[in-house]
Design a protein around this ligand. Structure first.
Ligand code: ADE
Length: 414
């Protein structure tokens, strides 16, 4: 039995899903193909993914392929309750609502595992971790899994290194048609969207500090610059710091950036990026947001310790009163600002991420794979790219026979 906030929200959720379908041509084409072939007949798929309209399109694609699906959220604040209600109405087992507490969050993940999935689809790894820690009885029935995000892949690789990962998992995040688009353009746009919907601040003329210059940080920095902000990047990796500098951004340590920023957006995948000593230096009214998977990039324990009091100013905005009459604002409790304060990445970009997921799930169902972290096969990645450019009305060149020969030879030169 599904557990959602309010089943009556289903019609509104249905409309949102229809909107997403209309902006996800690649996944829709895969759904049409799956409806004919039914490659997932008899397969149970367990999801721990943000329950959004785009995820609903993926769920429906797998259902069309014959799968039975159970889903929980991978973040306590990201569930779109109307979408959850619509999925539940359509026969998906849904265990998700916005505002779950920690106990409820893990109970919901456990409920997905109670459906005894053959394939797990994670964003952050919580299904895989619970299987390996508490539900090892399920391992023999699991054919494989897929992981959506950088943080999850990092943790899976750590499990593989320690020799404890007991089933195969695709690092879907690492497909080019995933991270080069979703992480970059998706996080770039949707993180600013989250800050804007929460605060409505003007980006033009502001100093925005972006922590991390990986795919996500690069997207955020580029979009903030595009809106007229002066962007400061902080990094720990010397190569990425160099890249930020040569992309024309100011690069500083967080200690030096802290007194300058009007807004801070973290996208590092690491803990304690902004801590007590940084809060102490910040300007009054500074806005703090996180775009990384977990709510530990901005140290909330440090902020709580420093604050005399706090109050909710607007939805997703908390004002912390600090000593000396200063205040700073924390958005969305330090959780993923794009999903908690906005709608996550736009459908057009999730189209590619979830096309990879759908094709990866089919691959797992049809192949016997070894335990460990696996790359998405190159032909799946290229197929997604070809389908996407065709859907955008773009035609590209092909190699002539002479060019193919040239590329595979070594003896032609000046
Ligand atoms: N991650 C980021 N944006 C998302 C979205 N719109 N749906 C599901 N997962 C996401």
């Amino acid at each position: 039995m599904s557990r959602v906030k309010d089943k009556n929200l289903a019609p509104q959720g249905r409309l949102k899903i229809e909107w997403a379908v209309d902006h996800m041509p690649v996944l829709s084409a895969i759904e049409a193909e799956f409806s004919k072939d039914k490659p997932l007949k008899g397969i149970r798929v367990g999801f721990a993914l943000h329950v959004t309209k785009e995820t609903a399109v993926l769920v429906n694609t797998l259902k069309a392929a014959g799968a039975e699906v159970a889903i929980a959220s991978c973040n306590p604040l990201s569930t779109q309750d109307d979408v959850a209600a619509s999925l539940a109405k359509d026969g998906v087992e849904v265990f998700a609502w916005r505002g779950e507490n920690t106990k409820e969050y893990y109970e919901n993940i456990a409920s997905v595992l109670d459906s005894k999935p053959h394939i797990t689809v994670d964003d952050g790894g919580d299904l895989v971790f619970m299987v390996h820690k508490e539900r090892t009885d399920l391992i023999k029935g699991i054919k494989g899994g897929c992981e959506e995000t950088t943080t999850g892949v990092i943790r899976l690789r750590a499990m593989e290194k320690d020799g404890v990962l007991k089933y195969p998992v695709f690092a879907t995040n690492d497909a080019d048609t995933k991270h080069m688009f979703d992480n970059h353009y998706g996080t770039g746009q949707s993180s600013l969207d989250g800050v804007l919907r929460a605060t409505n601040i003007l980006f033009a003329g502001k100093t925005v500090v972006v922590a991390g210059y990986g795919w996500c940080g690069r997207g955020i920095a580029a979009r903030a610059r595009g809106m007229g902000s002066h962007v400061i990047v902080t990094e720990v990796d010397p190569i990425l710091a160099l890249r930020a500098a040569m992309d024309g951004f100011t690069v500083k340590s967080m200690d030096d950036a802290a007194p300058l920023g009007d807004a801070f957006i973290t996208a590092t995948g690491n803990v304690d990026v902004i801590t007590e000593r940084h809060f102490k230096k910040m300007k009054a009214g500074a806005v703090l947001a996180n775009a990384g998977h977990f709510n530990n990039e901005v140290s909330i324990p440090d902020l709580e310790k420093l604050a005399k009091s706090k109050k909710e100013m607007r939805p997703n905005v908390e004002r912390y009163e600090l000593q000396g009459g200063r205040h700073i604002y924390l958005l969305a409790e330090g959780r993923l600002v794009n999903l908690a304060a906005a709608e996550g990445h736009p459908s057009e970009v999730m189209d590619m991420s979830f096309a990879n997921q759908a094709l990866a799930v089919r691959y797992i169902a049809e192949h016997k794979m070894k335990p460990g972290v696996h790359e998405i096969p190159r032909d799946i990645d290229e197929r997604v790219a070809r389908m996407k450019i065709a859907s955008m009305g773009i035609t590209i060149d092909g190699l002539s026979d002479r060019q193919k020969k040239y590329l595979s030879s070594w003896d032609e030169g000046t």
